[in-house]
Design a protein around this ligand. Structure first.
Ligand code: PHE
Length: 448
């Protein structure tokens, strides 16, 4: 954690510490809650394929770009952009990241609250079903506040030691439980339907909205497009190899998402449930799995505890973006910044918490094809703002700062001969990423 060079900025303890912390940010509800339900809504295997293409062609290059900008400038997203171009409107992009992070944190904490609720439900043997459970304001708000409060406490008390230490044990544990669940799910009678849905693509299902959903999901799941990876990158040591570390993070994140689908879809078809039921999907399917499994109660308990913790290592990074901004740019204390931004996220989260049946208005409000306040926020900030942020960041890093300068930053760790890969990366970040993202967004506005 010491930094002998010029700034007193905190640093990750080791390369593996950084990889685990960044994977902790990436792996969360995005993999286990959002990926399966979005796959279910967009027709299954064809979506999964689009998703993987988006991760490789766009996600990994943007990840590397964000990390190198962060390490080079040693700043939060707003400060990083200002360090490269002090004048002009580019810094708005940094503010968009801070805003997106705070709004995502607000509804993310509501959903993460459901996982805590499930832990309590399991322990107390409560049998109420998911929809009744989340429409009940007492439990809904209680768990939302508990989760947001936990996020605040971790960020208040020096993140690095905490995240690094936790991630080392928790990520492998989550992986092992998922493996066990896959085996169980695949052996359920009727699982084949789910495997076909999940792995056998039907290309007629690919539309413009499928591609946007896949791209948005890639940004969300990899924590990109809002500066979380700029911020985490600002704590990386100069010796760390950004190319390999960034790729490992993206690979691990994708693996966990694909594994989550292998748990959910076979079971879903075995139980005769609907794949396109939206955000409630995994919360309806998983308890069914656990109730049929020998020792399922204990497994379910562990699973939801790990999921809550995986969500926590993600929500920390959502909050950390705004906190790093306030501390660097507004010179507030870390404590004040953390409390204020948590308070803002809490206020934004109230309508999301009420949107699951408790408030008629927030549950049925309709906008751009989404119903309910939480779904609307997830689309506008979790998909659209991140995708737009990714477009602007690739333009900023590829052209304004310049891919050459980014390459010099990446090579400053003397990583050996990566010149071919760096050429490919420069091409992807300057041409492929902006053009594809731009076309996908145009398509969203019905231009084609
Ligand atoms: N990647 C996190 C997840 O999958 C969510 C997240 C998005 C975190 C954006 C930080 C920034 O759960």
């Amino acid at each position: 954690m010491t930094d002998k060079i010029s700034t007193p900025r905190a640093q990750w303890g080791s390369r593996i510490g950084f990889i685990l912390a960044a994977s902790g940010s990436a792996i969360g509800l995005g993999n286990i809650w959002r990926f399966p339900y979005t796959t279910g809504e967009h027709g299954g295997a064809a979506f999964v394929l689009m998703y993987i293409i988006c991760v490789v062609l766009i996600g990994i290059p943007v990840m590397i770009a964000e990390l190198s900008l962060g390490r080079h400038t040693q700043r939060n997203p707003v400060g990083a952009i200002k360090a490269i171009t002090p004048k002009g409107g580019w810094k708005l992009l940094g503010y968009l990241g801070v805003l997106a992070g705070t709004v995502i944190l607000s509804y993310y904490s509501v959903v993460a609250g459901w996982t805590i609720g499930y832990i309590v439900k399991t322990i107390t043997h409560s049998t109420s079903d998911f929809n009744t459970f989340i429409a009940d304001p007492k439990s809904e708000f209680g768990y939302f506040i508990i989760f947001l409060g936990l996020t605040m406490l971790v960020v208040l008390g020096g993140v690095k030691g905490g995240i690094e230490r936790w991630s080392k044990i928790l990520m492998p544990a989550l992986f092992i439980i998922l493996l066990g669940l896959i085996v169980f799910s695949l052996t359920l009678p009727g699982a084949e339907g789910g495997i076909a849905f999940y792995l056998n693509p039907d290309f007629s299902k690919i539309t413009g909205s499928t591609i946007l959903a896949a791209l948005g999901q890639a940004f969300f799941s990899l924590s990109l497009g809002m500066g979380a990876m700029i911020t985490y990158g600002s704590y990386i040591k100069k010796e760390t190899n950004i190319i390999s570390s960034g790729t490992i993070v993206a690979f691990t994140d994708t693996l966990i998402a694909v594994m989550a689908g292998l748990v959910i879809f076979p079971a879903l078809f075995a139980f005769g449930m609907q794949p396109s039921q939206g955000p409630g999907l995994v919360f309806n399917v998983l308890p069914q799995i656990f109730s049929q499994m020998p020792g399922g109660m204990i497994v379910g308990l562990f699973f939801f505890i790990l999921l809550a913790i995986a969500a926590l290592t993600s929500s920390i990074s959502l909050l950390e973006v705004g906190v790093a901004w306030a501390v660097d740019e507004l010179k507030t204390s870390r404590t004040l910044a953390t409390i204020l931004i948590t308070a803002v996220a809490f206020i934004f989260g109230i309508p999301s918490a009420m949107s699951q049946g408790y408030s008629e208005f927030f549950s049925t409000i309709h906008f751009i094809g989404k119903t309910g306040f939480l779904d609307i926020m997830d689309f506008v900030f979790g998909s659209f703002a991140l995708t737009f942020g990714g477009l602007m960041l690739s333009l900023f890093i590829g052209w304004k700062w310049g891919a050459k300068n980014a390459v010099a930053e990446i090579q400053s760790s003397r990583i050996g001969n990566y010149s071919m890969l760096l050429k490919i990366w420069s091409f992807l970040i300057r041409f492929v990423c902006p053009v594809i993202i731009f076309l996908v967004l145009l398509n969203l506005f019905g231009i084609f």
